[in-house]
Write a protein that binds this ligand. Structure first.
Ligand code: UDP
Ligand code: MG
Length: 331
């Protein structure tokens, strides 16, 4: 088993026309359905392609199934990570290893329809685009909660990062070699692709699609991970929360000033300001503002800490694309 750290030096540029990158974490249940739909689509394009399945440290039979599938599907390549590194890191691994002139990324659970990939490819070629986003036409299959939180997320991101962030575009997209090279040129640190990719400013287009329900298995994005993604998105693209700390501090100052004036006025009228309630509220208010500001600072310092450590975001345990002949199959 070879131990490749990130970029294998024997990469062949443009070995294939299209790479399809699929991060997978415990997707044994979804895998047969995925292959059943993806393979005919890719074979049908008549282009040389590879499928880069990134096994993100699955604890089920995902890796074994992938190896079994390779026997009958030579274009299937497995990049296995040593441990679970998270969706975005798995995506990074896949995009770094992709050898195609174009690379499409999609989820393993068939929520992103593979049938749209050829359409994305046609659009990218005909209009010379470097990025084609898959944009969700509807979210009717998502729960009301997911829809509302996603709506709030994209609204906030467009305000913080800019209007060039396409709303309702997840990680189903096509990137050209230009865009892939731009990604690879960045230092290895946690990335939020749905913000980073628009930030590059490459010519881009959109293909709308209907997001289906997960074909099998469970979501790997519980609420905890959704919150982490949102915090990560904000921290990595905006210093607005730091400014918010300044504003909160200023607000607290004026509230105190107002209270002072009120107290003095009451005192001048020959009365004393009553009760400890107002005192305790003021103390708690200032305490809360300080703790919130400290927390915000902490988030940024934590981020700086992670980045200066320069630890790779993933380690590759096995890459069938380099262990054997490169997957250069022609349909
Ligand atoms: N995934 C991954 N590593 C993780 C979590 C998820 O590679 O730690 C993959 C997962 O297998 C799927 C994609 O990321 O292909 C999106 O995850 P999921 O469908 O669970 O998220 P949702 O669609 O519910 O937001
Ligand atoms: Mg999904």
């Amino acid at each position: 088993m070879i131990d490749v750290l990130h970029d294998p030096t024997d990469r062949i540029e443009y070995a294939v026309e299209l790479s399809v990158v699929i991060p997978m974490f415990n997707e044994e249940e979804a895998l047969p359905a995925l292959v059943g739909r993806l393979r005919p689509v890719l074979d049908g394009t008549g282009e040389p392609y590879e499928v880069v399945a990134v096994d993100d440290g699955s604890t089920d039979r995902t890796a074994e199934l992938l190896l079994e599938l390779r026997a009958t599907w030579p274009q299937l390549r497995m990049v296995r990570l040593r441990r679970n590194s998270g969706h975005q890191a798995a995506l990074t691994a896949g995009l770094h290893h992709a050898r195609g002139r174009y690379a499409a990324s999609l989820d393993a659970d068939l929520q992103d329809p593979p049938e749209k990939i050829p359409e994305m490819l046609v659009l990218a070629r005909s209009r010379r685009l470097d990025i084609v986003y898959g944009v969700r036409a509807n979210r009717s299959t998502d729960t009301g909660f997911k829809r509302r939180t996603a709506g709030a997320y994209y609204w906030l991101m467009r305000r913080l990062v800019g209007n060039h962030v396409p709303a309702q575009a997840g990680d189903f997209r096509l990137l050209s070699r230009n865009a892939l090279d731009a990604l690879k040129a960045l230092p290895d640190q946690p990335q939020v692709y749905r913000l980073l990719v628009p930030w590059f400013g490459f010519p881009s287009g959109e293909v709308t699609y209907h997001r289906d329900e997960r074909v099998a298995g469970q979501t790997k994005y519980p609420l905890r991970k959704m919150i982490l993604l949102a915090v990560d998105s904000i921290i990595s693209f905006s210093v607005a929360p730091l400014r918010l700390a300044t504003w909160l501090g200023t607000l607290a100052f004026f509230v105190c000033l107002g209270t002072l004036v009120y107290t003095l006025a009451v005192y001048a009228a020959g009365d004393t300001t009553p009760g400890w309630a107002s005192l305790i509220i003021a103390v708690l208010f200032i305490g809360a503002v300080q703790l919130i500001c400290l927390g915000v600072l902490g988030e940024y310092i934590g981020r700086i800490y992670t980045v200066v450590q320069q630890r790779p975001t993933y380690y590759v345990a096995e890459d069938t694309g380099t262990a054997t002949a490169p997957a250069m199959g022609v349909a």
